[in-house]
Ligand binder design. Sequence first.
Ligand code: ADP
Ligand code: MG
Length: 284
Amino acid sequence: MSEPLHAGAHLRVIPGRPSLSSPLLQVDGVSLEYRTDARVVRATHRVSFNVHGGDRFVLLGPSGCGKSTLLKAVAGFVPPAEGEIRLEGRRVAAPGPDRIVVFQEFDQLPPWQTVKQNVMFPLRRSRGMGAAEAAEVALHFLNKVGLAQFADAYPHTLSGGMKQRVAIARALAMRPKVLLMDEPFAALDALTRRRMQEELLELWHDAAFTLLFVTHSIEEALVVGNRILLLSPHPGRVRAELNSHQFSLASQGSADFQAAAQRIHQMLFDQPAETASARGRAHA
Ligand code: ADP
Ligand code: MG
């Protein structure tokens, strides 16, 4: 018997191939835990969010709310205790070159390799490039972060900001499906931090990548992100998800920006009215 023909048949979604509108990254009811012999620490509780291609998606919350753990789970280092993470519809089960992390620490570059060798290394190892091609790609991305003239320098001769630029070049050179950044500018002085935020946004306009960015700074979240997920204190739960594409470094001093920052602060740190009044009654 032949299959019946109907008008929508050619629009059928092919299994395993997500439709154009489906999110690039899906975090679906994800609880994350650390287990020791003595106890279980729950880092996040049933967190869900979707990241679309080209997003600058920010996870924002106080220290200890599970931001780094969430990023590590997306990277494939921490398996969910509950829920699922999918990249292009496929469950994330292990680390892979399609998800590269840039960390806060300045020591993420092996010190015995030059800047260029640092950028080339994962290209050769994970992308299987030959030396000449890897060198060309490395120089292209070092040029994008303004460090081509430091290609043969060793990491210990660079400032913190320059080391972070190398880490960003190394990550972008891998052409990940999602670039994961865990408070990459938190250890920098205020002026360098601002400059790096500006450069990151320029790179995003130029190189068109998808970013998942972790910070505990409300201002940084508003500047860097187009979407912001607010997480409650430990264990992290979703408080709210907001649009923030209207803000940039230029709007930082404006009344709108200040009002948004104030509102986020309240959402992050104020107790819900019911809980506060219930507690008041309990003490009365
Ligand atoms: P954030 O990045 O938002 O500051 P983390 O993801 O680092 O938060 O940590 C979330 C929670 O998990 C914290 O309470 C922290 O103490 C706990 N935690 C983090 N790493 C470990 C670990 N290796 N073992 C046990 N608990 C951990
Ligand atoms: Mg952290």
